[in-house]
Design a protein around this ligand. Structure first.
Ligand SMILES: NC(=O)c1ccc[n+]([C@@H]2O[C@H](COP(=O)([O-])OP(=O)(O)OC[C@H]3O[C@@H](n4cnc5c(N)ncnc54)[C@H](OP(=O)(O)O)[C@@H]3O)[C@@H](O)[C@H]2O)c1
Length: 251
């Protein structure tokens, strides 16, 4: 039996994950609502793994507890600053932890495909634009999934992400597009399910890869797969591409 403590269990994603776990007889879910409740829930039942869909500050506090108790973590929460990500990695160095801003198998494939495409497409002739769409309640922009797409492009092109990233609407007399630019456009509204597109705009042709999510179920599925995997790993910080064996495939 795999005991999974779910932090952020009352939220949209935590709730969808809890619902998904009901289909599995070999998994027991421990619902954690509120920041102090983890200690209380875990006093009676020690979890094998913590799955977190909460908020950056809450995740950092849960990570301190996980590290002290040596409980592996799967973190799906997004919106961390770079400083918070560094703190998280420091805190979690002694336990196995998997962090992924997107738990969908197909979105992980888009990251992999982006790395492959950008290796082949010339940087002086092919511009990269990223478009992401989310429901009106989403707190951070751009999405961490879109930022990871931009980061992959910047790394493969040898550009500084901070210098190349543009995340403002274009408006007015903006002049020609700079060559060394990665632009992200964020759309927010209603109950949109998340959507991410990366567009490679070349000379006389373009290529677009889009991931559409139709429900939260694919994220829940990827999260459970990650939880089953992380409990068997040595201490260290991993992402879903490591779990899928896609980190170093092809290019
Ligand atoms: N990696 C992925 O594939 C993926 C997929 C979907 C969402 N996400 C991310 O998961 C996170 C949650 O998304 P959501 O849509 O479920 O948001 P949500 O509906 O607002 O839920 C957030 C949850 O976190 C809890 N929470 C917030 N601050 C807390 C704190 N300081 N201490 C304890 N609990 C706290 C909330 O509890 P209260 O309601 O009691 O405040 C709630 O249960 C976001 O960062 C989102 O981007 C990731």
């Amino acid at each position: 039996m795999l005991q999974v403590a779910v932090t952020g269990a009352s939220g949209r994603m935590g709730g969808a994950f809890m619902e998904h776990l009901e289909d599995y007889e070999d998994v027991q879910a421990l619902s954690v609502v509120g920041s102090t409740c983890l200690e209380k829930v875990c006093q009676t039942q020690a979890p094998d793994v913590i799955v977190d869909f909460s908020s950056p500050d809450a995740t950092l506090a849960f990570a301190v507890w996980a590290s002290a108790k040596k409980v592996p973590m799967v973190i799906g929460t997004t919106g961390f600053t770079l400083t918070q990500l560094d703190r998280l990695a420091d805190t979690l160095h002694s336990v196995p932890a998997l962090l992924s801003p997107n738990m969908s198998l197909m979105m992980n494939l888009v990251w992999r495909m982006t790395a492959n495409a950008i290796t082949v497409l010339p940087s002086d002739a092919v511009d990269v634009e990223i478009v992401e769409k989310h429901h009106r309640e989403k707190r951070n922009a751009p999405s961490s999934t879109a930022l990871k797409l931009a980061q992959i492009v910047a790394e493969k092109r040898g550009w500084s992400l901070a210098e190349a990233l543009r995340h403002k609407a274009r408006w007015g007399l903006i002049g020609p597009r700079p060559q060394k630019e990665i632009a992200i456009s964020s759309l927010r509204g209603g109950t949109f399910n998340s959507e991410h597109s990366i567009i490679f705009a070349g000379q006389g042709e373009s290529l677009e890869i889009t991931h559409h999510s139709q429900s939260l179920e694919p994220f829940a599925r990827g999260t459970l797969r990650s939880a089953r995997w992380i409990v068997k790993q040595s201490p260290g910080v991993y992402d879903m591409l490591d779990m899928l064996g896609l980190s170093e495939v092809l290019y």
